[in-house]
Ligand binder design. Structure first.
Ligand SMILES: [Zn+2]
Length: 98
């Protein structure tokens, strides 16, 4: 554990997480087909979408500026939209519970 004790990884975070969760909220509120929206399913959708997009890690608050620019990239937004849409469809057709 020495390595972990010597450094602070608290500021290491994947900005894609915030973007995917925002997009998931947006798409779900516009989704007209009745689907399960329990916590398990919604978190599953977020995980699946995140596995389908390029991560946007930053290592400090300053890094947010850099990832902010990447996040505004049209191609990246499109990829997020697509990954979230696919994740909603996949999880709702095959939920992780009975
Ligand atoms: Zn569910």
């Amino acid at each position: 554990m020495e390595f972990l004790d010597n450094y602070n990884f608290e500021n290491l975070s994947n900005e894609a997480e915030r973007i995917v969760i925002d997009e998931l909220g947006r798409q779900l509120s516009a989704y007209r087909v009745p689907i399960c929206r329990c916590n398990d399913c919604v978190v599953d959708m977020a995980a699946m979408a995140l596995n389908g997009v390029k991560p946007l890690y930053r290592s400090s608050l300053l890094g947010t500026l850099y990832t902010g620019a990447a996040a505004e990239d049209k191609g990246y937004s499109k990829a997020i939209e697509k990954a979230v849409k696919l994740a909603i469809e996949k999880v709702s057709l095959n939920p992780g519970h009975a």
